[in-house]
Design a protein around this ligand. Structure first.
Ligand code: GCU
Length: 681
């Protein structure tokens, strides 16, 4: 049995309820909107750390009344409550309890107390019931990281929310207050590290003036428990070090990186380490010298190891020579290296084997590298799911991957069990609302919550977010959460249903272009992935095809090898199927495909109606922007449906199923559309 946390939940109804606040509601405040200012919050020590001071100020500002007391290893006084046990809260956890006087937050570390603070604010903001014996929590994963794909000129690769928030030109002398707000938002959802720069890296960030700039940012983030990481361009020893080679087995190269690491740590003692994209999509790497990924990663790992740093080495690699099915290549390259990486190397694996598509099976690497610490890489920015404009809540997509069973040996065989942390490609930019749209903020929020607890329910996370962000009105919350929970499947339906994948426009990835079949390399074209002919469609990845199925453990390998036992949502990912193949509901594949497109469009129409019904329950500005964006989404969902159907018909020559609406334009019209300035490219 729980009880509502004091009377505070009721007060928040007044604060967040119908009509919103009088000030401009532009989304800047994210989910941190509690306004109190009446609580009595005390710290039991004379010189509290900056972290504890923040915790105290946050609670004073957020709670309308009541008292809160703290105790941590660094700050306790006479009569302070006992600290929780290490095994219950670890280094970053906390305990929240209530006694006769009010709330008590205890933790071993100050950052644990800060996390406890944000947890209490969330509970109060959402009217959450608190267990009688308090709340004792700690993160399930030690690494909870954002990866910014931000260039030093402030362009954000795959960014749909303005420029990079890092103003390198004015750093280190000007510290935009936004850096603090950013750190605060991250800490409130448990994020404890940020990689500042694009994985397509620029060595300039490793030069002395930039190290000074990075150190300034690290100084802002530190009290919030956030470490900085940088992307390391593998050829940096040549580009900024004056060496002739970047061969990882060359003594001078190793010495250069060691000296570089020492220099960085002298400026930033708690620097987290390096994130590396090597020998992928034209990036330099150890293979340029005939060395392996392990050779490269271990050399860098040795440079940061004396300082406690780590190297995150990305497994997003596919060969320039296209030797085999692209989705198999990361496995082929990395599995033989299992056990060969240094202890402070983590291999960072995208959730699926291809590239952040609306739906993919989980990457088989999660079940195949038992001796190597892994990170799951998720994409918060929606490169392939409608940019910032489409409302698509990614909690269900990520949860589907994280709770997938790899069937690897041992009891903890879910993807979530196999990783030491999560890295999310950020969707943050200079837009006033941070993420390009109000609902895109939910994905930042959900990422943090899932990094803390990868097995958390996406629906519960959405509910918390809506209550913290928009309203406490129970009916409105239900309606908004309902549309969020269906929104990802809607995108799958109108873009790439039934296991289709990678059908978007070239380069910018905006809109449909399934007809493209003539790029520099075959595995960049949509045609490579769908292979549609007059008779059939789909990629044969069975034993008699590319045999990607055999990269999965049994029973998956056998199940996915057969059309009958492959889940319909992955059908065309694993199989090449005739257009007249009968699917589970008795219709043909072609009829089913069209039905999925229609369902996707209908779902967006339903979202628009739901949202229209919330007018007056959401503050005007955020209501209006979302309504406009949903109209764009409907237009673009129709575009995806119509262009795809027009193309498939041009290949299969089939009539539309009875009653289906013909595409608005002919195929030539869709092919003629061009978007030279689509963002994020
Ligand atoms: C995708 C994306 C690129 C990015 C790459 C990566 O292919 O389109 O912009 O650089 O992933 O993850 O490295």
């Amino acid at each position: 049995m729980g009880r509502v946390l004091g009377a505070l939940g009721a007060v928040t109804v007044l604060l967040f309820g119908v009509g919103g606040s009088a000030g401009a509601e532009d989304g800047y405040r994210l989910w941190l909107r509690a306004e109190g200012g009446g609580a009595d919050v005390t710290l039991p020590c004379d010189e509290p750390s900056e972290t504890l001071t923040i915790a105290r100020d946050e609670l004073s500002a957020a709670l309308p009344h009541g008292t809160v007391r703290f105790a941590t290893s660094s700050c306790r006084g006479e009569g302070s409550p006992r600290l929780p046990r290490q095994r219950d809260v670890g280094e970053e956890g906390y305990r929240i309890a209530m006694d006769g006087e009010g709330y008590v937050i205890t933790a071993r570390s100050d950052v644990g107390a800060l996390y406890g603070t944000y947890r209490l604010i969330r509970a109060v903001s959402t009217g959450e019931a608190m267990p009688e014996d308090g709340l004792t929590e700690q993160p399930a994963k030690r690494l909870r990281l954002l990866n910014h794909w931000d260039n030093l000129d402030r362009h954000v690769e795959r960014g749909y929310s303005g420029e990079s928030i890092w103003n390198w030109h004015l750093l280190p002398d000007y510290l935009d207050p936004r850096y603090t707000d950013y750190a605060r938002a991250n800490a409130s959802i448990g994020i404890n590290g940020v990689s500042l720069t694009n994985v397509n890296a620029d060595a300039t960030v490793l030069t002395p003036p930039f190290i000074e700039k990075v150190a300034a940012l690290a100084g802002v983030f530190r009290p919030y428990g956030i470490k900085v990481y940088l992307t390391a361009r593998f050829s940096a020893p040549i580009e900024i070090g004056g060496l002739e080679t970047a061969d990882p087995l060359d003594g001078e190269v190793a010495a250069w990186w060691k000296a570089k690491a020492d220099e960085i740590y002298a400026a930033i003692p708690d620097f987290g380490g390096f994130l590396v994209k090597a020998n992928s999509e034209g990036q330099p790497g150890p293979q340029d010298y005939g060395r392996t990924h392990a050779d490269g990663a271990n050399m860098l790992a040795r440079a940061v190891e004396p300082h406690g740093g780590i190297v995150m080495w990305r497994a997003f690699v596919y060969s320039a020579e296209e030797p085999e099915d692209r989705v198999k290549q990361a496995y082929t390259e990395f599995v033989p290296l299992d056990g060969k990486f240094a202890d402070n190397v983590l291999v960072q694996v995208k959730n699926g084997p291809l590239d952040f598509q609306p739906r993919e099976p989980f990457s088989p690497l999660f079940g195949a590298m038992p001796k190597t610490p892994l990170l799951a890489e998720l994409q918060i920015t929606k490169e392939y799911l409608g940019f910032a404009t489409h409302l698509s809540y990614l909690g269900p997509l990520w949860s589907e991957a994280l709770t997938a069973d790899t069937h690897a040996r041992g009891k903890d065989s879910l993807v979530a069990d196999r990783v030491d942390g999560l890295a999310g490609v950020a969707n943050i930019g200079t837009d006033r609302n941070w993420s390009g749209s109000q609902f895109a903020q939910a994905n930042w929020y959900a990422f943090g919550r899932l990094a803390w607890d990868p097995k958390a329910e996406p629906e519960a996370i959405a509910r918390d977010w809506v209550r913290q962000t928009f309203t406490d009105d129970a009916e409105a919350v239900d309606r908004i959460v309902g549309m969020m929970m269906r929104s990802r499947e809607a995108v799958v339906d109108y873009m790439t249903p039934l296991g289709l994948t990678h059908l978007m426009g070239t380069g910018h990835h905006y809109g449909p272009a399934p007809w493209v079949d003539d790029l520099g390399r075959a595995d960049w074209t949509p045609y490579y992935y769908h292979r549609a002919t007059k008779d059939a469609v789909g990629f044969d990845r069975t034993e008699s095809g590319s045999d990607a199925v055999s990269q999965y453990h049994e029973p998956l390998a056998s199940q996915w090898n057969e059309v009958e036992t492959t889940p319909e949502e992955l059908l065309l990912w694993f199989h090449r199927v005739p257009w007249d193949h009968e699917v589970k509901d008795g219709s043909t594949l072609w009829q089913s495909l069209v039905a999925h497109y229609d369902r996707g469009v209908a779902e967006v129409q339903a979202m628009r109606e739901t949202w229209a019904g919330l007018e007056g329950k959401i503050d005007e500005d955020r209501y209006a922007q979302t309504a406009d964006f949903l109209a764009i989404q409907e237009k673009e969902a129709r575009w995806w449906r119509d262009a795809s159907i027009a193309y498939w018909q041009s290949v299969n020559g089939l009539d539309l199923p009875e009653g289906a609406r013909p595409p608005e334009h002919d195929l030539a019209w869709y092919k003629a559309q061009s978007f030279p300035y689509a963002p994020g490219n």
